[in-house]
Design a protein around this ligand. Structure first.
Ligand SMILES: [Zn+2]
Ligand SMILES: [Zn+2]
Length: 364
């Protein structure tokens, strides 16, 4: 039997989160209730917390849910191939699956897109978002089964790892032997190293700041060949040395806010290379950006926002293989009540704490 309410951390304003009990709604044939085992904490959670995203209040944040099906309608069970008790990773985007864009397989660009963590509690049935014990699963959700044997804090890495597979492999079409440069060694940077390595990339280079020393070591653990502390070394010079002056095939920028990496990315790329931009810059213009260099080098520049099913599937296969030392990048488990501390830890607002991958675990 399901409880009547779910405890959830609700964002009520800028930098304001409070615990509330939200009624667990009835489901119909097409929907389900998820009992959340873990919710990953992500950089966009911080942006939501800070009010940098145009999201409504009150809303339950949390868009990286892993859990077990607690109740499910017959049609949803059939369509998703899951039943009560099954462990699933839930995609955060809810598309219409009926428009031409969805039909073309680009459901992440659906004009009717909804995001679990951005829907207010006033929007029926209210139990959206994964900073919660339970979450309502809309009939248009996409869920992926996950092996029971993986610890929750590792299994929930499906989201950042999925980003690595989409951003560092799928979008730039990274091929065997391609050199890949990843800017920013956070959880998504490390995920990109893992994905590029699994895809058979050649040399992998990761750049970071002096404060990223531990993360750059992890990058090597996950398969990077070279790491560059851009505060100590000239990265453009170093990349030239590593690639015999040619530049790299693929560059991925994952750095938040800083715009200099965009200018550098264009320098790092070889002629005909591909640059993937995935680090949001707070809508700032990029000083010293010279578009003619893109023409001169015939670069392909791609923007990457979010993850789609193929990335999640690749990530889940990698997690379930058990062959990656993923626990090395997991740093913190937090109780649901400590969501605010979790976000501040990620944002380096808690002195002495350095987060790479962290998650909320209800009942922790
Ligand atoms: Zn996220
Ligand atoms: Zn659609």
């Amino acid at each position: 039997m399901l409880p009547k309410t779910s405890f959830a951390m609700v964002q009520t304003g800028v930098r304001m989160l409070e615990g509330r009990d939200i009624p667990i709604p009835d489901i119909d044939d097409n929907s389900a209730i998820l009992q959340i085992e873990a919710c990953g904490i992500c950089g966009s959670d911080y942006e939501q917390y800070e009010g940098h995203l145009p999201t409504p209040y009150p809303a339950v944040p949390g868009h990286e849910p892993l859990g077990r099906i607690a109740a499910i309608g017959d049609k949803a069970a059939k369509r998703w191939g899951v039943d009560v008790g099954d462990r699933v990773a839930v995609e955060t985007l809810i598309a219409c699956h009926n428009c031409p864009t969805c039909h073309d397989g680009q459901y992440q660009r659906c004009g009717d897109l909804r995001v679990y963590s951005f829907m207010p509690t006033s929007y029926s049935p209210g139990l959206w978002g994964a900073y919660s014990q339970y979450m309502y699963l809309d009939g248009n959700s996409i869920v992926h089964k996950m092996k029971d044997s993986i610890p929750a804090e590792i299994a929930v890495m499906f989201n950042p790892l999925g980003a690595g597979f989409r951003w560092a492999v799928e979008l730039p079409q990274t091929r065997l032997g391609d050199s890949v440069l990843i800017m920013g060694p956070g959880q998504r940077g490390l995920a990109s190293v893992i994905a590029a390595r699994q895809a058979g990339a050649g040399e992998i280079i990761v750049t970071g700041l002096s404060a990223d020393e531990e993360k750059l070591k992890l990058a090597k653990l996950f398969g990077a060949d070279h790491t560059i502390d851009v505060e100590v070394e000239n990265p453009i010079q170093r990349v030239k040395e590593i690639t015999d002056g040619k530049g790299v095939d693929v560059v991925i920028d994952l750095t938040p806010y800083a715009t200099r990496p965009i200018v550098d990315a264009i320098e790092f790329a070889r002629k005909g290379g591909t640059v993937v931009l995935a680090g949001m810059k707070g809508y700032k213009a990029v000083p010293d950006f010279i578009s003619d260099k893109i023409i001169g080098k015939e670069l392909t520049i791609k923007g990457a926002s979010g993850v789609t099913s193929s990335g999640y599937r690749a990530a889940i296969r990698a997690i379930e293989s058990g062959s990656l030392p993923l626990e090395a990048m997991h740093t913190h488990n937090f109780a649901l009540e400590d969501a605010e501390t979790a976000i501040k830890t990620l944002a380096r607002e808690i002195p002495g704490e350095e987060s790479i991958h962290s998650c909320l675990i209800p009942g922790f």
